[in-house]
Write a protein that binds this ligand. Structure first.
Ligand code: 5GP
Ligand code: ZN
Length: 113
């Protein structure tokens, strides 16, 4: 999508620190890390949020989820992690292209603030 930050990152129009890529998924380091390891896992298809996915995305999202363990290893996570997708106003989503925050490298608090 023309005006989407993450579509531009996926296309290479905006530089990013890539961790993993295949035909469905692009994963790169967050510019403002909230943990020692903070990677954004992004389906290449422009879906705005979890609120906007549909039955036709089941296979794609399944493939994204089953890649998480490999991306965690590539990112250097060795002792567990958290995967988060912020959605909508209360979820504080700021980029409207579906993505999953992969956080690790320290004990993570629960519940989040
Ligand atoms: P959200 O707030 O939508 O859940 O997550 C958006 C994330 O994108 C934030 O953690 C923010 O730091 C990250 N981000 C915003 N702009 C850029 C950018 O240009 N490059 C990278 N690598 N991350 C970005
Ligand atoms: Zn997009």
């Amino acid at each position: 999508m023309a005006d989407c930050l993450f579509c531009k990152i996926i296309e290479g129009e905006i530089p990013s620190s890539k961790v993993y890529e295949d035909k469905d998924v692009y994963a790169f380091r967050d510019i403002e890390p909230q943990a020692p390891v903070h990677v954004l896992i992004v389906p290449k298809k422009h879906i705005e949020s979890l609120d906007d996915c549909s039955e036709e995305d089941i296979e794609l999202l399944g493939r994204v989820m089953t890649k998480v363990q490999e991306i965690a290893k590539l990112a250097g996570i060795t002792n567990g992690y958290r995967l988060v997708s912020n959605c909508g106003e209360d979820g504080f989503q700021t980029v409207n292209h579906l993505h999953f925050h992969l956080l690790g490298g320290r004990p993570l608090l629960w519940p989040p603030g």
